[in-house]
Design a protein around this ligand. Structure first.
Ligand SMILES: [Zn+2]
Length: 94
């Protein structure tokens, strides 16, 4: 038996913890990020907004060493989430 309350964080500035369920993996996630945070929108929808970016070096290589450079351009490709910025595919070089 314990007399009195144990340590309970009270007062201002105590962070709110949000709980989410990943709809794909059914995984429970506790996060300090609010539901309208881009990363949490991605988590709740279970997917990222894929956006393919080509690195500057890859594009330069494609122009200078055309047509062989196109291979280098593809190596410097990055797939990123448009919404939260999460790198889905960092390319072969990275
Ligand atoms: Zn995302």
């Amino acid at each position: 038996m314990q007399a009195g309350p144990s340590y309970v964080p009270v007062g201002h500035g105590s962070p709110t913890v949000y709980h989410y369920i990943n709809p794909i993996t059914q995984e429970h996630v506790a996060s300090l990020l609010p539901p309208d945070h881009p990363e949490m929108i991605c988590l709740q929808s279970g997917q990222h907004v894929r956006e393919t970016n080509f690195g500057v070096l890859g594009i330069l290589a494609a122009v200078i060493w055309f047509p062989l450079g196109i291979g280098l351009c593809l190596l410097d490709r990055r797939v990123k989430c448009k919404r939260c910025g999460h790198v889905i595919d960092g390319g072969i070089c990275n």
